[in-house]
Unconditional design. Structure first.
Length: 75
């Protein structure tokens, strides 16, 4: 996944974020239809005042991203 820090993020308080949205696509049409539950998470968070970027999956711990390449294993 590639994220453009300035162009792909939305502001919230003192940080910016980009989220991922997931749904159970029952009919495989690539669109969320009525009755297809959705969940989302703040996936990448940028705090410009601290010059820090983090990955956070759902309500789990934050992992600082310190390079342009970052690997995360959800297991």
């Amino acid at each position: 996944m590639t994220i453009d820090i300035r162009n792909d993020m939305r502001g919230k308080g003192d940080y910016y974020y980009t989220d991922m949205r997931f749904w159970h696509d029952k009919n495989s049409n690539g669109a969320r239809d009525p009755g297809e539950p959705i969940s989302e998470c703040h996936f990448i968070m940028w705090f410009p005042a601290a010059n820090k970027i983090y990955l956070q999956v759902y309500q789990g711990p934050r992992y600082e991203i310190t390079s342009s390449s970052f690997k995360y294993d959800y297991n």
